[in-house]
Design a protein. Structure first.
Lengths: 117, 116
């Protein structure tokens, strides 16, 4: 069974400082990894994905994430955080076992990011 | 940019009543999904739907739940006899068919279902 862990419930960072949101995963096949952001009273907005290829993927709003197979991690990063980045961030994995289609997303518990001016 | 739209934004229903949550997926998408998020808990997969049939469902999606694509634009989730524990935010999502399962799912803003 696939699972995702986000070890931090909340991350506080000063505006202009680097932001990192941690995610580790467990799958039986090859992982497809995703990050989503949720603003208050809104749905989940897609930020970026890792499918294959370069381990560093770039996404929306200046975010990037690094896939690390040996550590089974997919941490979200932003070099310089903005106050407007304050939101709830979700890591998700789609497990693709050999021979299966598999569209279900499994989400982590979410990390609340608070960027202070 | 095209969006997934969900109605209503908030639904209040008496326990035991039937409720239908409605979604309009992005127009060229062919995979549809329902997820739910109980307050303070993880977003949980309920069901995926493709080519007019359920392709996968979770253990949460029991006989009380059903999904339907009644016309070319709507995708609905029905709960036949609601229970208190069905209170949650329900999210609809859709994704493109091209590229299969490596395409991101795009989510609506959700329907908050409150069971009294």
């Amino acid at each position: 069974a696939q699972s995702v862990a986000q070890p931090e419930d909340q991350v506080n960072v000063a505006e202009g400082n680097p932001l990192t949101v941690k995610c580790t995963y467990s799958v039986s096949g090859n992982p497809y990894l995703f990050w989503y952001v949720q603003y208050p009273n809104r749905g989940l907005q897609f930020l970026l994905k890792y499918i294959t290829g370069d381990n560093l993927v770039k996404g929306s709003y200046g975010f990037e994430a690094e896939f690390n197979k040996s550590q089974t991690s997919f941490h979200l990063k932003k070099p310089s955080a903005l106050v407007s980045d304050s939101a709830l961030y979700f890591c998700a994995v789609r497990d693709i076992p050999l021979g299966a289609a598999g569209n279900k997303l499994t989400f982590g518990g979410g990390t609340r990011v608070l960027v202070k001016p | 940019e095209p969006e997934v739209t969900q109605t209503p934004s908030h639904q209040v229903t008496q326990m035991g009543q039937e409720v239908i949550l409605r979604c309009v997926p992005i127009s060229n998408h062919l995979y549809f999904y329902w997820y739910r998020q109980i307050l303070g808990q993880k977003v949980e997969f309920l069901v995926s739907f493709y080519n007019n049939e359920i392709s996968e469902k979770s253990e949460i999606f029991d006989d009380q739940f059903s999904v339907e694509r009644p016309d070319g634009s709507n995708f609905t989730l029905k709960i036949r006899s609601t229970k208190l524990e069905d209170s949650a935010m329900y999210f609809c999502a859709s994704s493109e068919s091209f590229g299969g399962s490596n395409q991101p799912q795009h989510f609506g803003d959700g329907t908050r279902l409150s069971i009294l």
